[in-house]
Ligand binder design. Structure first.
Ligand code: FAD
Length: 389
């Protein structure tokens, strides 16, 4: 089989890229190693920047989102027994939107299959070859028991943190920057109406907690736990009790409901530079991971492929490689801005250890960001997403 762009991975990055290319008349084939059922039900991100909503709308995948997404205008920061509001929309003029990542993935898959765009699920043994500048890029894989080969002009590695594209880049090309955090997130989905109109980020002596939501009937809640915590030790009863402790506030009640999903996510910051090698381009989690406190991973993946698609369109229409050559530099500018913000939110809100000095600093920062217009503006503009990056 031959195509112009071979895309590995049908997560948000791969699917958005394919649609951007399709609209520009560029062919692509997406190879995904999981089943359609699996990728459409993988519960992950849920908070979209205005720029991501605009992009999804532009590519024709915004219809259901427009109907069902919850529009938010700020966040609550809770500390020292008080809850303060950062009015992000009032400060920046931009909103944030709550819409599950799995819903975006469903919408994009339906759109792709609606025009018979090539998208293969359950492919195995995916490997990328010969992608150096003068090579002839190809992807080999097994599908329905048969070995296959996809020849292409370029390969887009949109296969997430554990994918095969980044490790295929020859030794010595990439530099990685990373930080592991001494905690993880225990997340639950619960069948109960959110107890809050906007997200609550709580700093508590027991650790961080986040009250988010997926719809008017489903809540998403997180607890900071030890990095090696075992989910088996956390009964639903224990989870709710700990959430009640960390969110406790006079005059406010956290409503409980049946837990329909729970899991533990490690926290890390990771960037690989450059995000390209020859004719292989990495995008999304394949190139970088942010701790979820800033709610940026999906948004960043969407912006990477926007930049990559623009560069591919320029190359196909003019033959000029300047934008493609500059893809990584352009994408990394935003990646590092977002890394900094995600690290800031993470270290502002989590219990970092047993040193009381850290705790006093965090409280001073929370006090500052909730009382200074300048500090609140900085948090708000990063939270809703900086359009110019
Ligand atoms: C608990 C949690 C909460 C989060 N909350 C937020 C949030 O609120 N806001 C936000 O913006 N981000 C959030 N994120 C991050 C966000 O989910 C990711 O950044 C996003 O999924 C990145 O998209 P992607 O397409 O780059 O990668 P992925 O979604 O990981 O997609 C990669 C795809 O490639 C496939 N694949 C992997 N290996 C292969 C292979 N060898 N061959 C073929 N296919 C392969 C995978 O199956 C997958 O479908 C959260 C993440 C987690 C875990």
């Amino acid at each position: 089989m031959r195509t112009q762009v071979g895309i590995v991975g049908a997560g948000p990055a791969g699917l958005i890229l394919a649609q951007l290319l399709h609209l520009a008349g560029i062919e692509s084939v997406i190879l995904e190693n999981r089943s359609r059922e699996y990728v459409e039900h993988r519960v992950r991100a849920g908070l979209l920047e205005q720029g991501t909503v605009d992009l999804l709308t532009e590519i024709g995948a915004g219809e259901r989102l427009k109907e069902e997404a919850l529009e938010h205008h700020g966040i609550y920061l809770q500390f020292d027994g008080r809850r303060e509001y950062i009015a992000a929309t009032e400060i920046t003029g931009r909103s944030i939107h709550i819409y599950g990542q799995q819903e975006i993935v469903k919408d994009l898959i339906a759109q792709r299959l609606g025009y018979d765009g090539p998208l293969l699920f359950e492919v195995d043994d995916v490997a990328v070859h010969d992608f150096d500048k003068h090579g002839e890029p190809r992807i080999t894989y097994t599908h329905e028991g048969r070995q296959q080969r996809l020849e292409c002009d370029v390969i887009a590695g949109c296969d997430g943190f554990h994918g095969v594209c980044r490790p295929a880049i020859p030794k010595g090309v990439l530099t990685t920057y990373q930080r592991e955090y001494p905690f993880a997130w225990l997340g639950i989905l619960a069948e109960v109406a959110p107890s809050t109109d906007e997200l609550i980020y709580a700093h508590h002596p027991n650790g961080f907690a986040l009250h988010s939501m997926r719809s008017s009937t489903v809540s998403r809640l997180y607890l900071q736990v030890k990095p090696d915590e075992q989910i088996e030790y956390w009964s639903d009863k224990r989870i709710w009790a700990e959430l009640q402790t960390r969110f406790a506030l006079a005059g406010w009640t956290l409503q409980e409901g049946p837990v329909i999903e729970k899991g533990i996510t490690p926290m890390r910051s990771f960037v690989t530079e450059p995000m390209q090698s020859g004719r292989l381009y990495l995008a999304g989690d394949a190139a970088h991971i942010v701790p979820p406190t800033g709610a940026k991973g999906l948004n960043l993946a969407a912006q990477d492929v926007r930049v990559l698609a623009e560069a591919l369109v320029a190359w196909y229409s003019t033959g000029d490689t300047a934008q493609l050559d500059g893809y990584s530099d352009r994408a990394l500018r935003r990646v590092w801005r977002v890394q900094d913000f995600s690290h800031y939110m993470t270290t502002l809100l989590h219990r970092l250890g047993d040193d009381p000095f850290d705790d006093r600093l965090q409280r001073a920062r929370l006090e500052y960001v909730t009382s200074s217009d300048a500090a609140a503006k900085s948090l708000a503009e990063n939270y809703v997403g900086l359009p110019e990056y």
